[in-house]
Design a protein around this ligand. Structure first.
Ligand code: FES
Ligand SMILES: [Fe+2]
Length: 376
């Protein structure tokens, strides 16, 4: 901790080509000051996945979550519009909506009963007669930008950020032919991992480098030598032709198709597709040494007749995840060792990590976002 934050940031050279590049330094994975800078400059400024569109179909449908430490509620209005707000009561700051999801006609704070409309406007304040210089119109829930893409709902805490479609760039055209919005949500698994969130992303972006060593089952259905890695804008697509396998029956039965598609969108969203199958992995930091990753599983057929098959497919995903989890925690311990400073990157495999590290470095070097002040 003797180094200043400026010294830590300048110790990464983002101009080096892949063949000469190092990873970001170990300090970036363990220093709480970097974690705080990321909270402000990365998670506070990028479009973040907060819900599925199928959770917010009807007026009054809501989802609550936290993003970069901020409580958030997303709600479908009576007029059909999707809106997002800071889930913070304008009276004394309690969370107005306390359930993770549901449907409501009015948003009522559980503390002193203030009521807000689905459009965020303040509708009622019990026992508030006689209060002077209080403008109800100025005391609605504070809005946040919200947009959708395919079956996903995103919010952005930065009022000046580019639009979601600008942020996603070419990813939209690349994903469109896969028809992911036709799939149906089936199940969710969440994992708490003792590693920095970037260790998880690095592991995802190593171009299949670890697959033959760590994931024997998955490896049996991928044509590893033909694995491709494409970097563009803020996304990386890793893809592999598939081969049929009897080596691992469960993996062979549940991971099918011509190709496996693994999309990563900066900074923390991963979308994995096989034929009739998608899972999304969304990793969020807890602190410098811990993160949570949420897997949502989708299938083309979620009828009762397919339940056993889909459940088995989720279990295959779960097994791969367990293999990744152990190695990520191991890496976090290694990053704290005095023996390690930074590593080199495989030109054949690790271009995705290189893109990630450069995008991150660019964001961390920006000035922090000014505080959002909701004043009366
Ligand atoms: S804090 Fe919400 S009504 Fe008082
Ligand atoms: Fe893995």
């Amino acid at each position: 901790m003797n180094e200043s934050i400026a010294q830590i940031l300048s110790s990464y050279d983002s101009s080096a080509p892949l063949s000469q590049a190092h990873t970001i330094p170990a300090s970036w994975y363990v220093d709480p000051r970097i974690a705080e800078l990321e909270r402000q400059n990365v998670f506070g400024r990028t479009w973040q996945l907060v819900a599925r569109t199928d959770q917010l179909l009807s007026p009054g449908d809501f989802v609550t979550t936290r993003l970069a430490g901020e409580p958030i509620v997303v709600v479908r209005g009576s007029d059909g519009s999707l809106r997002a707000f800071y889930n913070v009561c304008r009276h004394h700051a309690a969370a107005v909506v306390t359930q993770p999801c549901g449907r409501a006609e009015i948003l009522q704070c559980p503390y002193h009963g203030w009521k807000y409309g689905l459009d965020g406007s303040l509708k009622g304040m019990p026992e508030f007669e006689g209060v002077q210089n209080f403008d109800r119109a100025q005391n609605g829930l504070v809005p946040i930008r919200v947009e959708t893409w395919e079956c996903f709902v995103f919010v952005n805490l930065d009022p000046n950020a580019p639009s979601l479609s600008e942020f996603l760039g070419e990813l939209r055209a690349r994903v469109a032919p896969l028809g992911i919005s036709k799939l149906h949500y089936f199940d969710r698994r969440s994992y708490s991992i003792c590693c920095n969130w970037k260790v998880y992303v690095d592991n995802y972006l190593d171009g299949g480098y670890h697959v033959p060593h760590l994931h024997k089952g998955l490896s049996s259905v991928l044509d590893y030598k033909q694995y491709t890695i494409e970097n563009e804008d803020r996304y990386c697509l890793q893809s592999s032709p598939m081969v049929s396998s009897e080596e691992d029956a469960a993996t062979g039965a549940t991971r099918k198709g011509d190709r496996a598609w693994y999309f990563w969108q900066y900074p923390n969203l991963m979308i994995n597709c096989y034929e009739g199958y998608m899972d999304t992995n969304y990793v969020i930091p807890v602190d410098a040494d811990h993160c949570t990753v949420t897997f949502d599983f989708y299938f083309s057929d979620v009828s009762e007749a397919r339940r056993a098959f889909n459940t088995e497919s989720v279990e295959v995903g779960n097994r791969v995840q367990d293999e990744d989890l152990g190695i990520c925690e191991d890496v976090q311990r290694g990053l704290k060792s005095r023996a390690y400073g930074a590593g080199r990157l495989s030109v054949r495999r690790e271009a995705g990590e290189h893109l990630f590290h450069r995008l991150l470095a660019a964001d961390l070097k920006k000035a922090p976002l000014p505080a959002t002040a909701a004043a009366d």
